[in-house]
Ligand binder design. Structure first.
Ligand SMILES: Cc1ncc(C[n+]2csc(CCOP(=O)(O)OP(=O)(O)O)c2C)c(N)n1
Ligand SMILES: [Mg+2]
Length: 358
């Protein structure tokens, strides 16, 4: 499968690239990548310090996440897997909202009912992450089919990792979408690992894009660390979806530079040398080099921007640390219209252990 790439590691752009991304959007995309990297780093540190229970980072994959989100419209629905906080930030989710979610406190929009990194936003058309992998793939296909039936000019985009394609839901979702010409983009972040399982131990074929083709779906493979290649692939795919010619699968080749999560130690299953090689292809570095040669960015701007982000995040963490946990009653509310007697009884018995709780 041919891999589309326009931006090389030195930040020079191939003359074949016909992008029309306005300079201001490129700079904003870069800033969102920096913001994402900073917040992810801080969340891992907070977990190590015992302030939050768990964190996952998109370190190394910020390029494909932000570029893909940037090529959509706000009305399009996003189904994240969990490593796509950059898409939330692109749509305007604030560091404070994200950090409340990571703390699972009373200001978390889902009141701590899920693990950290299981974000979502109704206002931003981002469906909440769920832990069982791949379940969102048929959901996205169904949502897109509904959009088509209702003649809406919108699409759904579903993110998932390459490891997730081993689940049945992937195949169910692709077949359904292909047959119904559902306007959905299946966006595979192929970061080469599913926790400790390398792709060579995950599937026998060479890539994921060919699996899309097998279902009759237009499928492309792009360099996932190339902002321009990803942006173009998603823009074209969105257009194809709206023209009614069916779904598109995009396989973005990238690399998870960090650990799978704060419960993982990658040094036991991959070499430092491999990681160092991939750091040379870092999407943040590549876009920064491009922007600098175009005169759109420089070291001073980077210093000022990072200082602003750091102080905003410092403040947001301070606020989250001072925010009370969700009310105890949130354990039983919002599931049934009326809390059933059995649950009410359990709740009352629990309350005896927390007499001060609201
Ligand atoms: C159905 C299911 N099986 C196993 C897991 C445990 N698990 C969580 S993340 C993960 C790896 C997923 O890898 P991939 O899809 O490549 O995404 P990545 O983490 O690399 O972004 C596994 C096995 C799960 N959450 N759900
Ligand atoms: Mg993976």
């Amino acid at each position: 499968m041919k891999r589309v790439c326009y931006l090389d590691v030195n930040g020079s752009l191939s003359p074949d690239c016909m992008h029309k991304i306005p300079d201001a959007d490129l700079v904003r995309g870069y800033e969102v990548m920096l913001l994402t990297r900073h917040i992810d780093e801080r969340m891992v540190t907070l977990q190590r310090q015992g302030s939050i229970s768990f964190a996952m980072s998109s370190y190394g994959e910020e390029g494909c996440v932000v570029a893909s989100a940037a090529a959509l419209q706000l009305e399009d629905w996003i189904y994240p897997q969990y490593r796509e906080d950059g898409a939330l930030f692109w749509r305007g989710y604030t560091p404070q909202q994200y950090i409340h979610h990571m703390f699972g406190d009373s200001q978390d929009s889902i009141l701590g009912r899920q693990m950290p990194n299981h974000f979502g936003s109704r206002e931003l058309n981002i469906v909440t992450v769920s832990s069982p992998l791949a379940t969102k793939i048929p959901h996205a296909a169904g949502c897109a089919y509904a959009m088509k039936l209702q003649k809406e000019q919108t699409i759904a985009l579903c993110y998932f990792g390459e490891g997730t394609t081993s689940k049945g839901d992937f195949h169910v979702g692709l077949n359904f979408a292909a047959l119904r010409h559902a306007p959905v983009i299946f966006f595979c972040r192929n970061n080469q690992y599913a926790i400790s399982t390398k792709t060579s131990c995950q599937f026998a074929c060479s890539d994921i894009a060919s699996k899309g083709e097998a279902y009759g779906i237009t499928s492309v493979q792009v360099d996932g660390n190339d902002y321009f290649a990803v942006h173009e692939a998603v823009s074209k795919a969105r257009q194809q979806c709206l023209e009614g010619t069916g779904p598109v699968l995009i396989e973005a080749m990238t690399y998870r530079l960090g650990a799978h999560s704060t419960s993982d130690d990658p040094s036991v299953y991959r070499s430092e040398q491999e990681v160092e090689e991939w750091k040379k292809r870092d999407p943040v570095l590549r876009l920064s080099r491009y922007l600098k040669t175009k005169g759109l960015w420089d070291d001073d701007k980077e210093k000022t921007y990072l200082a602003k982000v750091k102080s905003e995040v410092d403040e947001a963490i301070k606020v989250a640390k001072a925010t009370p946990p969700p009310p105890l009653s949130s354990l039983v509310n919002d599931v049934y219209a009326t809390v059933p007697p059995s649950l009410q009884e359990e709740y009352q018995s629990l309350r005896t252990f927390f007499p001060e709780a609201t």
